[in-house]
Design a protein around this ligand. Structure first.
Ligand SMILES: Nc1ncnc2c1ncn2[C@@H]1O[C@H](COP(=O)(O)OP(=O)(O)OP(=O)(O)O)[C@@H](O)[C@H]1O
Length: 258
């Protein structure tokens, strides 16, 4: 693939969705999504509770059933076994063993991921340092705070230095300092390691921390743009105002086509 300026080949999208649909319990919860996520970017997936953010993330991570249309991840159909070590996925519920320390959890998951034994300790220590948990590495996970537990899950996803990180509301319930530190980490992962991050949130005030935004409402994509372009849509100049404006516009369209 050549750039328009005839430069070097451009990288394929990290995520490529075309007419993506998901049916859950007989209901269409994602309804014909088409978008690309460029490699090495930090993309926010924003929308109200129940709009389909987690479902889209599950589809990208390859754990969602009844997905139709096209969904390619790192150039391969989502869910392909070859993607397993290349995609880190953190769900809203921390999925670590509460009766093991953070360090032992990481060592266990590194083994499950197939990390060669000689590389495991180094990867575990790096992941602990990335999420700033080295000081609590030997405490039982069950004795950690909710925010610390969330960071252990994030550290598990960072093992093996994945190319794509899919993070479902990673900053929910965290204090402002921790939230800022995590966003700094997300940007470091993208800038220094070239990772692509897809991060969901239902709070619009995190929008400006993303390079690009996907706004979702009731299973449909309302916008795929930069925070700046969205803020320019309304006099209020916030992403929240833009979201409300786009919701109203979509409603008018739905009513006139009904
Ligand atoms: N098994 C199911 N059967 C029917 N509907 C379902 C099922 N699971 C989820 N849904 C519906 O799918 C929609 C999307 O759910 P999803 O969890 O993806 O939303 P979300 O945007 O991540 O919400 P939140 O921000 O609250 O986590 C919701 O309306 C939900 O009620």
């Amino acid at each position: 693939m050549m750039n328009n300026d005839g430069g070097p080949p451009s990288a394929p999208p990290a995520i490529r969705a075309r007419d993506l649909r998901v049916v859950r319990g007989g209901r269409t919860v994602l309804d014909g999504l088409t978008f690309d996520v460029a490699p090495g970017t930090v993309t926010g997936l924003l929308g109200p509770s129940g709009c389909g953010k987690s479902t889209l993330m599950r589809a990208v991570a390859g754990t969602q059933a009844h997905v139709t249309g096209t969904l390619d991840v790192l150039g391969t159909p989502a869910g392909a076994p070859a993607l397993r070590p290349r995609v880190g996925y953190v769900t809203q519920a921390p999925s670590v063993y509460l009766d093991l320390s953070a360090r032992r959890n990481l060592a266990y998951f590194a083994a499950v991921l197939g990390t060669p034994r000689r590389d495991r300790a180094e990867q575990v220590e790096r992941a602990l340092a990335d999420v700033d948990l080295t000081a609590h590495a030997d405490a039982l996970a069950g004795n950690l705070s909710g925010g610390q537990l969330g960071r252990v899950s994030l550290a598990v996803a960072l093992l093996g230095a994945p190319d794509l990180l899919v993070l479902d509301e990673p900053t929910v319930g965290l204090d402002p300092v921790l939230r800022r530190d995590l966003w700094d980490l997300f940007h470091r992962l993208s800038a220094e390691r070239g990772a692509t991050l897809l991060i969901s949130s239902h709070v619009m005030d995190e929008a400006d921390r993303c390079g690009r935004l996907l706004l979702l409402r009731a299973g449909r994509l309302l916008a795929d743009d930069t925070p700046g372009a969205l803020r320019a849509l309304t006099p209020g100049g916030t992403v929240e105002d833009a979201f409300l404006h786009l919701v109203d516009r979509a409603r008018v369209r739905e009513e006139t086509s009904a």
